[in-house]
Write a protein that binds this ligand. Structure first.
Ligand code: UDP
Ligand code: MG
Length: 340
């Protein structure tokens, strides 16, 4: 246990250009956590990872942090630039794990109220029961944009078909977990990290809790179509080699089939005495077939190669420029640091 024998609880939220609503988010977290802390068992720390925001996100967090009740500490990690949602979560987790003890709990959630802070007590209750990993699973909110709903459903469907790691439909990065899980998670060496998959890959006992997801309160989504696609490709390729094997399988089989068909046609022609200006359609067919097949297979191989390239470079997942802390347990301003 920590020195004052309360259980440390780290609540980690990534925030990118969330100045419009981050203060009310921190206040809402503060309220829920001080209620929990007042029960005397928890020592909560809110960790907001400012993922290179260009607005006043960090300043707003500091403002809100100063108004929080006693007993809730706030730490802001400011990354040097925008590294992406997954890297920001990783930064928060790496930071927390350094100070945690074996009793610590961790919760990660988005900073836009789509993951309601009011559900934190329920997550803590489950962790108290000895569950290592509590995965929050969203009921589909019919008010979400149809495109978002469809793309998210399609991703989970494809992931389920291609990967042996099972992640529930609607599982996002809203979860609670034990110190044992956190320690194993930060040890995973890969750089391109798809948290949803990795937490399930670790294999600790997990329960799912379904919740109604409200819509984002303020600001707009930071995930453009291309960033969503990037995350989807990263998730699929890091958890399945099947796109590669499927592509190679399709190409080999179809190439073989086309050759046989063509051979059959030649034999048929020979025996039936069919004569015409041969060659042209067949040639076009072959050229375009092989051109397409080659391009497609190279694309898949290329995606894996890019991933290998980025893993081999082994650059840090994020750079932390500044760490500030507010509240009872810390106070003052720490020096900035570079982390991996
Ligand atoms: N976010 C981040 N870095 C990014 C993009 C998003 O830290 O590059 C944060 C964002 O501030 C929010 C969470 O990640 O707290 C989820 O992002 P968002 O709500 O935009 O995604 P959506 O819910 O639309 O998928
Ligand atoms: Mg959101």
């Amino acid at each position: 246990m920590s020195q004052d024998s309360k259980r440390p609880l780290y609540v980690i939220a990534p925030a990118y250009n969330e100045a419009e609503g981050i203060d009310s988010f921190v206040m809402a977290l503060g309220k829920v956590l001080s209620d929990e802390a007042s029960l005397g068992k928890l020592a909560p720390t809110i960790i907001i990872v400012d993922d290179g925001s260009k607005d006043q996100t960090s300043a707003k967090v500091a403002e809100a942090a100063r108004m929080l009740p006693q007993g809730v500490r706030v730490v802001t990690l400011r990354l040097s630039r925008n590294f992406g949602h997954q890297a920001a979560l990783q930064a928060g987790l790496d930071y927390a794990v350094q100070f945690a003890d074996v009793q610590s709990y961790y919760i990660t959630l988005d900073a836009d109220f789509e993951h309601p802070p009011t559900l934190i007590p329920e997550i803590v209750r489950q962790l108290d029961l000895g569950i290592h990993h509590v995965q929050m699973v969203r009921h589909e909110n019919l008010q979400r944009k149809p495109f978002k709903r469809l793309s998210s459903w399609l991703f989970y469907w494809i992931f389920d078909k291609l990967s042996q790691t099972v992640i529930p439909v609607g599982a996002a990065d809203f979860r609670g977990f034990s110190n044992q899980v956190a320690v194993q998670f930060v040890k995973l060496p890969e750089h391109d990290r798809f948290h949803r998959g990795l937490f399930h890959w670790l294999g600790f006992p997990t329960i799912e809790i379904r919740y109604e997801s409200p819509l984002r309160r303020r600001g707009k989504t930071k995930f453009s179509i291309s960033r969503m696609l990037e995350l989807a490709v990263s998730g699929l390729t890091s958890f399945s080699e099947r796109p590669l094997t499927i592509m190679l399988g399709i190409i080999t089989t179809s190439a073989f089939a086309v050759c046989l068909l063509y051979l059959g046609w030649e034999v048929f022609r020979y025996f039936h005495g069919i004569r015409f200006v041969v060659g042209w359609p067949t040639m076009i067919f072959f050229i375009s077939f092989w051109g397409g097949a080659n391009a497609a297979s190279q694309l898949v191989v290329g995606v894996y190669l890019t991933r290998m390239f980025s893993e081999i470079k082994a650059r840090p997942v994020y750079i932390c420029q500044e760490i500030s802390s507010f509240g009872t347990a810390g106070g003052g301003r720490d020096k900035g640091g570079v982390s991996e």
